[in-house]
Design a binder for this molecule. Sequence first.
Ligand code: PLP
Length: 323
Amino acid sequence: MELFFKMPSKEARTAMSDASLELGNRFRGNEYKKNAEEAIIKTTSHDHARVLSSGNAAIMAAMSTMKGPVMIPDQGGWSGFKKICEFYGLELVNLPTEMGVIHLETLDELVKLKSPESLFFTSFAGYMAEQPVKGIYDICEDNRVILVEDASGSVGDPQKKLACGDHSHVLVASTGSPKMVNVGNGGFISTSDQGMVNDMSFILKTLQGSPVTCAGLVEEIKRAPESLVKTINACEFIKKEIESALHPKKRGINIAIPHDEPKSVARLLRNKLQVNGGGMITTCPRYDRINQPAICLEVKNLDIHCLKKENLREIVDIVNYTI
Ligand SMILES: Cc1ncc(COP(=O)(O)O)c(C=O)c1O
């Protein structure tokens, strides 16, 4: 079995190298930017979009408009939420979750109690388990909370449950490596709130992505739905075969397996599951995944051509033998 780390497609790399030869041509630069914004709007159904230099840049831009408390999940979020919140000197409100997944009643109660201005969360808790985004949005709407969904792992969801502008006020995403829109760098933000775009205008310009990123994004965003579906299906297959995998019934793009000795087991697994160009084993406890000792199989890091049944079978056998 040969496993490969996810790389930007050949078409994206060609588009980016072509764009790099036109750097400095303002007219062509604006065209690349416009095409990328249109591609994002088509995917997210929001009215406005900007390509930025990274996913954290998109979070920085979104948070720059906030003055009140920022609510985040207690685990399964993104560490950048905390760091950027601290950077702006904003109050953080921790939302207790069920292993990263937001429980709607708890959210409703805490939102009423703490009156946060915004909720930042990721479409998949720790990349492991789909959040009930529509339910979360309805509670936020009713309580005037701005919902910011980090869709780095979910852009292109054909079910339109995740990364969909109909039920998120703001979408942010990294398009770095290895993400669903796998440009290798950059990020984006989208919203239908014109006032918010106006408020962010300076920071959006300051943190803007290059025409090269825009060119790559136009190619990679086309591939996001296939990449997402194949990764979700692979995780579903693996989860069925690993008894202790968390969130067995939820869609996800990685798999967490609780273990008392995650570091030593991870070492063994990294030896047995070598990935050309990167890796697929990480360990917890970690805010970005889950706050308990566990091994994570980062299926999202793999090139989708590796996600064949015989490879998945072999991964399952290796994991079950090792843990
Ligand atoms: C969910 C999530 N959001 C945001 C980021 C930050 O993205 P970037 O590295 O492009 O700043 C990452 C990076 O891995 C991430 O996993």
